[in-house]
Design a protein around this ligand. Structure first.
Ligand SMILES: NC(=O)c1ccc[n+]([C@@H]2O[C@H](COP(=O)([O-])OP(=O)(O)OC[C@H]3O[C@@H](n4cnc5c(N)ncnc54)[C@H](O)[C@@H]3O)[C@@H](O)[C@H]2O)c1
Length: 251
């Protein structure tokens, strides 16, 4: 398997927040990066930031709910950079805070389609190329809501599902040299959370006060975990949900 400095990475949701930072981190470590997102402006901005810092990246407009888009994201890595070694399957949407019986089937389907099935679509496209290369490493973004009920039911179910997929993929493909792990962020200072803070600042103050670290996480702190999980230093870490939450779940 290649080291990050010689490798090629794809990042979904790379146009904002955690995905932008992991794209930057991969590039800083020497990888060539395919930044995928439905937000073109955000995606191109991430590429610009990488290029300004001396790295190499390309933007692909890819919606993780569309298999053709996801296939062409992986194909771009092959066509532009010769293959695929690392993936951060990270694109996701947040919950609206409603209780289980309060949202409709359409909202349920949308949440699961992006947050859970989107990760499956990415894995399905990425794994054959990594097998072809002789190995790789993949990190899926779950959440503290993947190991606890911190969030609405459809968000919690989607993020628990991401950990299940990560574990099963490990059993199915560890023998092919591919490592799969999940990262479980706590409350991280990204546009997703900033929006929630703008909508309800008192609630955000309450949430922050409940974090032992007494602050929100920086997206860079998640990106560091993602790139480490893809590195040789994590060569025996497989099928794990890695919680990065400022102590939130320690309580
Ligand atoms: N911020 C947090 O506190 C937090 C905590 C736990 C987990 N997470 C997870 O981290 C991931 C990234 O979140 P973030 O906080 O950086 O949010 P963000 O909103 O800043 O970024 C998410 C990105 O995903 C993209 N995206 C949304 N739907 C997409 C789709 N269908 N196809 C492709 N791209 C799509 C958005 O355009 C956006 O650029 C999400 O999976 C989220 O659930 C975030």
């Amino acid at each position: 398997m290649k080291g990050i400095q010689d490798g090629v990475a794809v990042v979904t949701g790379g146009g904002s927040g955690i995905g932008r930072q992991s794209s930057l981190r991969f590039a800083e470590a020497g990888a060539k990066v395919v930044v995928a997102d439905v937000d073109e402006d955000g995606g191109y901005e991430t590429v610009e930031l990488i290029e300004e810092a001396g790295g190499e990246a390309i933007f692909v407009n890819a919606d993780v709910t569309d298999s053709d888009d996801v296939d062409s994201m992986v194909q771009t890595a092959i066509d532009e950079y010769g293959g695929l070694d690392f993936a951060h399957n990270n694109a996701g949407i947040a919950d609206e805070g409603a209780r289980l019986a309060e949202y409709d089937e359409e909202e349920w389907d949308r949440m699961i389609d992006i947050n859970l099935k989107g990760v499956w679509r990415c894995l399905k496209a990425e794994i054959p190329e990594m097998i072809e290369r002789g190995g790789g490493a993949i990190v899926n973004t779950s959440s503290v809501a993947g190991v606890s009920a911190n969030g609405s039911a459809h968000y919690v179910a989607s993020k628990h599902g991401v950990i299940g997929l990560t574990r099963r993929a490990t059993i199915d493909y560890a023998g092919e040299g591919i490592r799969f792990n999940a990262v479980c962020p706590g409350v991280i200072d990204t546009p997703m959370v900033q929006q929630a803070g703008e909508d309800n600042s008192e609630e955000m103050d309450r949430i922050t006060a409940g974090i032992p670290a007494d602050r929100l996480g920086d997206p860079q702190e998640i990106a560091d975990a993602v790139v480490w999980l893809c590195s040789e230093e994590a060569s025996y870490v497989m099928g794990q949900p890695i919680i990065v939450d400022g102590g939130l779940l320690a309580q």
